[in-house]
Design a protein around this ligand. Structure first.
Ligand SMILES: C[S@@+](CC[C@H](N)C(=O)[O-])C[C@H]1O[C@@H](n2cnc3c(N)ncnc32)[C@H](O)[C@@H]1O
Length: 183
């Protein structure tokens, strides 16, 4: 079931009005029909949607084209190359590539992390949106912590009446609620 566009728009518009995202690049993890991606484009973001289901990619691209909204929908996983998900008793957890976990090479040597087909780096993204299945919520938080730039925002849609906004803070492994700590 898709998210409710009015609810999504209200949150995206509010964080934009408050100038909370550090860049005007948006990415929807699991973009479905691409509605949130289109809404972000209408709010002035360079907007990307990542969707693994080829039929949804086709339909979302067609919808955006019909509405004349400039978005980029990529048929790919929201897990960057080398990252994986592992199912456990508590849900799904992120598996970080060995090179990152072991620090056997530096971020400089690795170069900026990108999604295939996306010209910008993941650290250029200032605003993420995700409406994961409940068992994948923790995975999304771990992914956000692992790959997002400092001060990036994640709008996480749990239900129509429970939409959370998280911000990555400078120290790795920390997330905060921007409604509590204003910039
Ligand atoms: C609950 S739906 C949300 C769709 C849309 N974001 C919305 O708000 O209506 C989750 C979407 O994530 C997609 N998805 C699931 N796993 C994915 C993955 N690893 N990479 C990209 N998309 C994925 C599904 O195909 C589905 O379209």
């Amino acid at each position: 079931m898709p998210s409710v566009p009015e609810r999504v728009f209200a949150v995206l518009a509010e964080v934009t009005r408050r100038k909370l995202p550090p860049t005007r690049v948006f990415c929807e993890w699991g973009s479905g029909f691409g509605t949130a991606t289109c809404l972000a484009a209408l709010l002035g973001y360079k907007a990307y949607g990542l969707e693994i289901d080829a039929e949804l990619v086709r339909r979302s691209r067609a919808l955006a084209r019909r509405l004349g909204i400039p978005v980029t929908i990529l048929c790919t996983s929201f897990l960057p190359a080398g990252y994986a998900a592992s199912a456990g008793v508590d849900g799904v957890a992120l598996v970080v590539p060995e090179s990152v976990r072991a620090h056997t090479d530096t971020a400089e040597a690795r170069g900026p992390l990108r999604y295939a087909g996306m010209e910008i780096a993941i650290t250029d993204i200032g605003l993420f949106f995700a409406y994961p299945w409940p068992e994948e919520r923790e995975l999304m938080l771990q992914l956000f912590e692992a790959v997002a730039r400092a001060r990036a925002l994640l709008v996480m849609y749990h239900t129509d009446t429970d939409i959370r906004v998280l911000r990555k803070v400078a120290g790795e492994g920390e997330l905060e609620d921007p409604h509590v700590h204003r910039p």
